[in-house]
Design a protein around this ligand. Structure first.
Ligand code: FAD
Length: 308
């Protein structure tokens, strides 16, 4: 670890010890981690993870922390991409973008160039890397729709993966062993007026159905094709709270941190809702959000475990 700290100093990479992750989390929940590193560009991100790999230091790459709850950091360095500069490259209908760019900015840039295909994604507070990892989507649109390829890091090597080689499902990809560095898309042309109309429509719909407060978006996955919110609402849990975290009155699958809640409140509320829904409907809700910190098990995002 000392060698890595030296590397950070020598290369003037932004980093912070005892960094409070809650300040970046979209629900303002998270622990203080021993070391958080903030690459400013794609090439800096590459250098950092290559160094971590060579020094055999365990690390976890995060984007905009809109789908993760970091509960433990063990001996792990957090590499956070959301401060990366906006690196776009546009050639005709092809857009290349680095992993740390935020989705709303990306959608705006696509629209401004009269390209269509991301109108429904504009309100998702993700980074490009996080969005691809989770195959983020809304209103029938997915980030993978117009994706061509991604540039990734794995085991000390950097290479491209074509979309046809990736398995994308609803809010899922099989990319968890890679670090996503950059993505390339190929969009279709459309006139700006139509794109703006569609974008406004989806922004309005999002505002109408989702709470504005601090949250991690949908807490649970769909069950049997039904939204988890359907079961939570019919279990009479809208407005139910544990400590500072409440089941939103607007959208039952959103838990909002409206009164300075804690990680423990959030996890207890998950457990309570799971048990109540199971009692009433016999279905067990599986979290869509990712609890980061069970490093003993695996480093994988599929290792969700929410024992309360
Ligand atoms: C208000 C609100 C609304 C939301 N609405 C939607 C919605 O409509 N549709 C939807 O799909 N989601 C939605 N979400 C959830 C969330 O925005 C998505 O899951 C998003 O894809 C997470 O991106 P992120 O950059 O925040 O990733 P993070 O939460 O930081 O990380 C998520 C996962 O991706 C990994 N990761 C991030 N970047 C990289 C990288 N460069 N390389 C490798 N791994 C990486 C992390 O390790 C982690 O496993 C919403 C969330 C909020 C708070």
């Amino acid at each position: 670890m000392d060698k890595f700290k030296q590397f950070l100093m020598n290369n003037k990479v932004e980093h912070h010890f005892d960094f409070d992750l809650s300040q970046l989390s979209s629900i303002r929940l998270g622990i203080k981690v021993k070391l958080a590193v903030f690459p400013k560009s794609r090439s800096e991100l590459e250098k950092i993870i290559m160094k971590l790999y060579k020094l055999k230091v365990r690390f976890k790459v995060l984007g905009n922390l809109s789908n993760v709850l970091v509960v433990d950091d063990k001996e792990v360095v957090f590499v956070i991409t959301s401060k990366m500069v906006e690196e776009f490259q546009l050639i005709g209908n092809r857009v290349k973008v680095s992993a740390g760019v935020l989705l709303p900015k990306f959608c705006e840039m696509v629209r401004r160039n009269n390209l269509k295909g991301v109108e429904g994604l504009i309100g998702i507070p993700a980074s490009i890397g996080g969005a691809i990892m989770n195959n983020a989507g809304a209103f029938g649109y997915s980030i993978s729709d117009y994706l061509e390829k991604i540039r990734v890091f794995e085991n000390g090597e950097i290479f491209d993966i074509l979309k046809s080689e990736i398995k994308f499902l609803h809010h899922f990809s099989n990319l968890s062993r890679f670090v996503i560095l950059e993505a390339s898309f190929f969009f279709e042309n459309e006139n700006e007026y139509d794109i703006i109309n569609l974008t406004n429509k989806f922004t309005y719909l999002r505002g109408k159905t989702q709470p504005l407060g601090l949250s991690l978006g949908s807490v649970f996955k769909k069950v049997n094709g039904m939204s988890a919110g359907f079961y939570i609402e019919r279990s009479g849990l809208k407005g139910f709270r544990i400590g500072g975290i409440m089941v939103s009155n607007k959208h039952a699958n959103f838990f909002v941190n409206d009164k300075g809640g804690s990680i423990a409140d959030f996890l207890r509320l998950i457990g309570y809702v799971q048990v109540q829904v199971e009692k009433q409907f016999g279905v067990w809700l599986v979290p869509e959000i990712e609890k980061v910190g069970d490093f003993n098990e695996t480093f994988s995002r599929s290792s969700h475990s929410f024992e309360i």
